[in-house]
Design a protein around this ligand. Structure first.
Ligand SMILES: [Zn+2]
Length: 124
């Protein structure tokens, strides 16, 4: 999957999560807040979605190793998402949540390719 495709997919997934989180916090009746939440969360996800490929470069022998593992990335995503809840401003909280889910959206996209992703590391 090309970088631009990854970034676009991550922005869309981040924006959807941002809209849901905005409604979860009872701010769904403010269209500007919903739109801002979608932009902030989408931008955060697009910013960090490339991390798995920075750690496991697509050109290197370790491609899709531990940074493409569902368990390690999932655990870090949950930890980062929980840490994001300490951000007081709602729009900045959406941005932090987007950054937290960015690498997971990359894995979700990679999982749809024939090579798939790993549970923990390459071959496992
Ligand atoms: Zn990848």
């Amino acid at each position: 999957m090309r970088d631009a495709e990854h970034r676009r997919n991550s922005f869309i997934m981040g924006a959807i999560v941002g809209a849901f989180r905005c409604m979860q916090e009872g701010r769904g009746n403010d269209p500007a807040m919903v739109f801002g939440s979608m932009l902030a969360s989408g931008a955060g996800a697009a910013l960090t979605e490339g991390l798995p490929d920075v750690i496991d470069p697509p050109t290197g022998p370790s491609h899709r190793d531990v940074a493409h593992g569902a368990l390690p990335v999932g655990a870090l995503t949950v930890a980062a998402f929980n840490a994001a809840q300490n951000t007081p401003d709602p729009i900045m909280r959406r941005f932090a949540e987007g950054m937290a889910i960015g690498p997971a959206t990359h894995l979700a996209a990679d999982a749809t390719t024939p090579k798939g992703i790993n549970l923990i590391k390459r071959g496992f």
